[in-house]
Structures are given as structure tokens and as C-alpha cells.
Design a protein. Sequence first.
Length: 343
Amino acid sequence: MRKIKVLVVEDSILFQRLLADNLNKDPMIEVIAVASNPYEARDEIIKEKPDVMTLDLEMPRMGGLEFLQKLMPQVPIPTVVISSLSDKVFDAIQAGAVDFVAKPSGKSRVQVESFICNELATKVKIASTVKVDGLKKPKMEYHRVGLLKNRNADKVIAIGASTGGTEAIFDVISKFEADIPGVVVVQHMPPGFTNMYANRLNQQCKVVVKEAEDGDRVLPGQVLIAPGDKQMRLKKVAGHYEVSCQYGERVSGHCPSVDVLFSSVAEQAGKDAVGVILTGMGRDGAAGLLQMRQAGAKTIGQNQESCVVYGMPKEAFLNGAVVYQEHIDHIADRVYRILEDEI
């Protein structure tokens, strides 16, 4: 089996060597070149034609984000961004990066090596399966006609996503109006970044978006994003919904886990919920979405054509959890049609 050819772009020679040495430990990966700045990277891309690039955003001469914005329209290459805590990662995703990881800081060498061999190597392997030249398709026009007749506080919308999910979630909730019932979201993302992501969406959407805190009420016109290092569950307390956000073990390989959220929604909201599973690698959320459907909820899965990675939605479709399979541009409209039928 041919190895995944990787270009490492990193200005720190020490970290560059750590990245290359540890990625090379994976039998499926071969680091075929390293570069200390975008100009060297450009030359290596032309010469070596790598399958995947890892890219530091903070570099001399030209930043990683500017390089990505110039590169992707000309030479699309699956890219995993390595970043310190900065909302530039979301600009990088918009520019065409497949995913990102948080740069390990203040960790021991053993911890850093473990991070590279596990988390980063996994992201590189996922990125190698993505056809990035097909990601930037023109968006379909979307216009809602009229609002929901009732702002029904008994309804809950639960959304789960992973790789490619930052853009997919935006595509969905940017179409929501203030009349939408409360929304709870799990997106696989490191701690710190979830708060930045929520704040960014809050500035771009008509609904209120915030990183969830333990005890937050689920309110119409509001979206709660699970914190990046806690499991989020739905609870019904004294006739209203709120969320529990607690540290816990990984479930289905993740914390936060889509399965954890969906299972709690199935138990607490039953037929009063709508479940949505979006792009992502693996099977997190498939079992939980099936529980939601079995409890009477209406469920939606993103279709293969519009997914960055058709993993999680595929697993949910195959196990019978998905009632409606939709293109990402049509998911918000499907949510509204479900709600209009039930109100």
C-alpha cells in the first residue's frame, strides 16, 4: 500500500524535526519534505507533489493563512493546520484547509510526541481522503418565506459534526431565524477554540450563539456549542431544558461526543427533538441518532455529495438512524419544514 506523502511546513527547526520524525513512525505516512517558510513550501509542492501538507500559521516572510489563501485556488492540497489558540484557524478552514489541531504548548516531549503520533497522524490520514478541489462549490440561494407560527420551547434541535463541521454548522445555523427552537451542538474541537468558534458564529448569524456552560437554559433563538473538553447532555428541569457540561471520559473516541448529546436528547426530549448529523470521520453520533429516531425524533443526515468526509452521516444512514438525507444547503429548510408540520 502506497504511503501518504506529507510536506511539513514549520519555521521552528526543533518542532519541524519532531513532526517529521514522529509522523514517519506511522506505517501509512512518509514525510517527503520539510519547509521553513511558504516560499520553500511552494518549491517543495512543485517538486515533490505531496498528498497532504501540515501548516503552521505563524511563520516569517509570509503567514500560513496568506499562503493558504494564495495556494488553494492554484494548487489545492489537503492541509492540516497546526495553530496556537487563534481564530485564524477558522479563516484557514474557509480558505480550504481540511482541519486543524491545537499546537501543543507547555507539554513534555513525551506528550508532544504522543500528540503527533496519535491526533495529528489521524488528521493527516483523514485529510488524505478529501478531494479539496471539490470543496468550494457555489452556495445555493436560500430565502425563508414567513416565520414559524409558534416559538415552541418544547422543541430542541441537536446537531453533531466533526471534520468539515465548522463550515457545515455555519451553513445550517446562518439560515436560522430568531424563531428557531433552542439548538445544542457538538463539534469535535479542542478546548478554547470552541469559545472562539461560538463568538465568531454569534457575530455572523441571526441567532445568539455561545459556548455552553453547565446549567445554561436551552432557549428559542439560541445555539449552545459544547465546550471542547466536556461532555454536554440535555436535561429537563422543572418543565424547561438546560444543559449539563461536565468533564468526563471520551465516548466513541471523543470529548465532547455527539453520541453523548444525542442519547441525552433521545431520553429527555423524545419526539420533540430534531437530530442533525453532519460531515465527519468515524461513527460518533450514529448510535445516538438512532436512539433519537427510535424515541420519535425526526432525523437528518448530510448527503455524501456535500460532505467533506462522509463518515459519520454514512454510518447513521446505514444503521437506519436517518429519516431525511439532504445536501448541506437544504438542511436548514428541512428543519423548518419538520417544525412547521409539527406546530
